[in-house]
Design a protein around this ligand. Structure first.
Ligand code: PMP
Length: 402
């Protein structure tokens, strides 16, 4: 008898299941709106030109290419991040200290922060939005960090339940961590306005909570790195301590390179040094040192003004393509649908995702009749839509909603 006999089957990953079903479908109009990865107008994966350029350069000149990074993270990466990508330039200028550490993409950064919370903030809980990216619950469960939800999505308006959000953050025990999506909220596509961010910051400050930003889509909301960092810069400008888990998966198209950063803003250099030492210790015992190729790419792009500008231009193009299919989808819906349904949520939502409000039965119709694949919560990724297929998707929506 095997001693592994008692291990039960883990549930399948809901997003990977969508992709597998999509692959098995051979209908010519099939659409995969399930995956949050950027696709070109031909619905193909995209390698940024600036990334190709820098990769060639890295391979041509480094004899240390596959040496492991003995210092737990890639030093140049830390150096480069000081030049600001999220917010650190402003922070350093204000002489508030922060730690920028490379970690294993957005997920690894969140998990590292969760381990820190579990160890040094025993009993503190993390507040997460309802709904949120599915893996947040897994991450905090695995790290044994208690969490609860704050209201976020309002099905009546297909928009933000701002009053509910504020009330729930207020009602949480003092000193809780509040997980916020820096921009382009996943799965809803609904972000607070700048005035609402101010109010959220007021309440977090009143309650001595600690803001914890998940920043997986910088550049994908507005096409501009600076605009998309408005939320956390606003908190940082108040001198608040905060955590930021950043991913370069989407905005540099480096999904499989697993490159991200955990930024911790502390009020004193002594605190920052101690926090850094503990995070390095957790990383050392978890994965020893991170993969370095993605870090080299990011460091080279961000550290060179010409390449940095090139990156920004490509990011603007990616975000622009998503905005344009949003518009085309909306126009097609308006032109075809005479039921009076308000489709404006498609235009109001931002980033890759939109929460459609489709029920499970309606989603089943989208898939079985129209070959449109999406997650069961009703989220669609506009990155998986081409302008050539907007009319087809509009037909599918109209048929499924009514
Ligand atoms: N946070 C959110 C909100 C996400 O959508 C994702 C990716 N789907 C991540 C974090 C993790 O990204 P990564 O692939 O960089 O681990």
């Amino acid at each position: 008898v095997s001693r592994f006999n008692d291990i039960t089957m883990a549930p399948p990953d809901p997003i990977l299941g969508v992709s597998e079903a999509f692959k098995a479908d051979d209908h010519e109009m099939k659409l995969n709106l399930g995956v949050g990865a950027y696709r070109t107008e031909d619905l193909q994966p995209y390698v940024l030109n600036v990334v190709k350029k820098v990769s060639c350069f890295i391979y041509s000149c480094s004899c240390l290419l596959h040496e492991s990074v003995l210092c737990v993270y890639y030093i140049c990466f830390e150096y480069v991040l000081k030049f600001d990508i999220t917010f650190s330039y402003k922070i350093c200028r204000q002489k508030i200290l922060c730690w920028n550490g490379e970690s294993i993409s957005g997920t690894g950064s969140l998990r590292l922060a969760a381990a820190l919370i579990e160890r040094y903030f025993t009993g503190s809980k993390v507040l997460i939005s309802s709904p949120t990216w599915g893996n947040h619950k897994n991450i905090f469960n695995d790290a044994r960090v208690p969490w609860s939800e704050y209201r976020y999505y309002d099905p009546k308006t297909v928009g933000l339940d701002f009053d509910g959000m504020i009330a729930d953050i207020k009602a949480a025990p003092e000193g809780s961590f509040v997980l916020l999506h820096g921009c382009a909220h996943n799965p809803t596509g609904i972000d607070p306005t700048p005035a609402q961010w101010e109010r959220i910051a007021d309440v977090i400050q009143e309650k001595s909570h600690i803001p914890f930003f998940d920043f997986a889509y910088q550049g994908f909301a507005s096409g501009c790195l600076d605009k998309d960092a408005l939320s956390m810069r606003l908190f940082a400008a108040r001198g608040m301590e905060l955590l930021i888990a950043q991913s370069y998966g989407k905005n540099m198209g480096l999904y499989a390179e697993r490159i991200g950063a955990l930024n911790v803003v502390c009020s004193s250099s002594e605190d920052a040094k101690r926090v850094k030492s503990q995070l390095k210790r957790i990383a050392r015992a978890t994965y020893s040192s991170p993969p370095v190729h993605g870090a080299r790419i990011v460091a080279n792009v961000v550290g060179n003004p010409d390449l940095f500008n090139e990156w920004k231009e490509e990011m603007e193009l990616m975000a622009g393509r998503i905005t344009s299919v949003r518009k085309k989808l909306y126009d097609s819906l308006i032109a075809k649908d005479n039921s009076g349904k308000d489709w404006s949520f498609i235009l109001k939502h931002i980033g890759m995702f939109s929460f459609t409000g489709l029920t499970e039965a309606q989603i089943e119709n989208m898939t079985s009749k129209w070959h449109v694949y999406m997650t069961k919560d009703g989220r669609i990724s506009l990155a998986g839509l081409s302008s050539a297929k907007c009319e087809y998707l509009a037909d599918a929506f109209i048929d499924s909603f009514h």
